[in-house]
Design a protein. Structure first.
Length: 423
């Protein structure tokens, strides 16, 4: 079967890989000149299965107000909110309760844990190198209140059978010796030893090479404009370079997926939540993070990627605007400088922004649509790199009509009662 994958980020590329492995004739259509040049380009690099949690959690509305008043706020809201932003914020608030949180977390963990298996499969089948490190993930708590508050998180971790370790200050230093210079700033930590880190851009580029070996075509510099419908089927995609046809179509255009789907009556709530990262060269290995450290105070993830430190954070609700906000750069820099003061050459930071394709419930949208040959693989929000391999294999099985290895319950667009407007 001929399959067109629309979008060549980490999600489109993993989808193409598994589709090709299942014997399909796959073409990836991408508007940039290569894969992973948008949101998958410079994310925080955490491959955090155990840390998979929705942002919409009980207590977040109150925290959000406090954050908005702080100097280094992890949350930024453009006061000129448009209707789409208001709708997204409202839907997210509706998920900030215990019941929704538990349901959403369970769904995210299901796909993340599957992704871990699928990444192992890729590593087994290829010799792929992507600055991977399997040294866990450390959430650094700076205050005793944060340590006390983790009791609620621990209850949820226990409920989902997630392995974790509560660390005192010495334990944090043992896990991440680079923190030794700021011992007095730390109150404790929560560690997930099974988590990993890796460079999403390198991974996607390396996987693209494997895709080429499997016969996948990549059509770059082509912008998908619309989907052409014929009697509950997609007959072609209209692009800036003409129409392209296939038997099946997979939408993997990240934050732009909703815009493509809306005109044909599919209204999935995927909203672009902007984030920022800096990448700085390591000065001293022993003073740098060895894996991913999450600075709970500023919600900045600081990761070791080869000879660089990558730090990323900020959730900004400002639509599709890609301007670089200096205040967010200052927040991310502040987090790195205060936890790893001797790790990196901060005079040489590469500043980047990307739009997380977020859903209000934190769970991606993977699966069938009301059109028989149209499939969706998007909405991976904060953890698309982590979930990419599982999502790619899942969509390949769905397109092929195979039984899926994990349940699709709560992953498909049908969980949103308003999403299907196809007449
Ligand atoms: C600051 C930040 C930090 C993050 N940190 C992490 C992390 O540590 N771990 C983690 O797991 N996740 C992280 N994420 C999330 C992760 O990066 C995303 O979920 C993931 O990259 C989404 O991948 P995607 O392929 O869906 O989107 P994208 O990478 O954006 O891919 C979509 C592709 O579609 C193409 N496209 C769009 N419109 C069109 C069109 N009309 N025609 C043709 N092509 C089109 C785009 O060019 C793009 O290449 C982070 C995100 C941000 C912003």
């Amino acid at each position: 079967m001929k399959v067109l994958v629309l979008g060549g980020g980490v999600i489109g590329t993993t989808s193409a890989y598994f589709l090709a492995k299942q014997g399909h004739d796959v073409t990836v259509v991408e508007r940039q000149e290569n894969v992973a040049l948008e949101t998958s380009h410079a994310n925080a690099g955490q491959v955090s299965y155990a840390y998979s949690s929705p942002w919409a959690a009980p207590g977040i509305p109150l925290k959000a107000i406090k954050w908005l008043l702080s100097k280094h706020s992890p949350l930024v809201i453009n006061p000129m909110m448009n209707a789409e932003t208001i709708k997204f914020a409202y839907r997210m608030l509706k998920n900030c309760n215990h019941n929704s949180y538990n349901i959403n977390k369970g769904r995210m963990l299901r796909i993340s844990n599957y992704a871990k298996e699928c990444l192992r499969e890729i590593e087994r089948d290829t010799d792929i190198e992507y600055d991977q490190r399997k040294k866990g993930f450390l959430q650094v708590l700076r205050t005793n209140k944060q340590v006390a508050d983790t009791q609620k998180d621990i209850a949820v971790l226990e409920q989902f059978g997630t392995e974790y370790k509560v660390l005192d200050v010495e334990g944090c230093l043992e896990a991440e010796p680079g923190l030794k210079h700021v011992k007095d700033k730390i109150a404790g930590g929560l560690q997930f030893e099974g988590d990993a880190t890796g460079n999403c851009l390198k991974f996607t580029n390396e996987l693209q090479k494997k895709c080429l070996e499997l016969g996948v075509s990549f059509e770059f510099n082509i912008t998908v404009e619309s989907l052409l419908v014929d009697n509950r089927k997609i007959s072609a995609v209209k692009t800036n370079k003409g129409e392209m046809t296939a038997d099946n179509f997979v939408v993997a255009m990240g934050s732009y997926s909703a815009q493509l789907l809306r005109p044909i009556g599919i209204d999935i709530p995927v909203y672009p939540v902007k984030g920022y990262s800096i990448t700085v060269p390591v000065l001293s290995d022993e003073d740098a993070p060895q894996s991913t450290v999450m600075d709970e105070t500023y919600k900045v993830a600081i990761t070791r990627l080869g000879n660089n430190v990558r730090a990323a954070g900020t959730a900004e609700l400002t639509g599709y605007n890609l301007s670089l906000r200096e205040k967010s750069r200052a927040t991310v820099r502040h987090s790195v400088e205060s936890l790893f003061p001797h790790a990196a050459d901060m005079s040489d930071d590469q500043f980047w922004t990307g739009l997380r394709p977020m859903t209000p419930d934190g769970t991606p949208v993977i699966g069938k649509t009301p059109f028989t040959n149209l499939f969706i693989n998007t909405g991976h929000g904060t953890l698309g790199w982590t979930m990419s391999t599982g999502s790619g294999k899942l969509i390949a099985d769905i397109v092929s009509g195979n039984e899926t290895a994990i349940s699709l319950d709560g992953l498909e667009m049908s969980r949103y009662p308003y999403a299907n407007k196809v007449t």
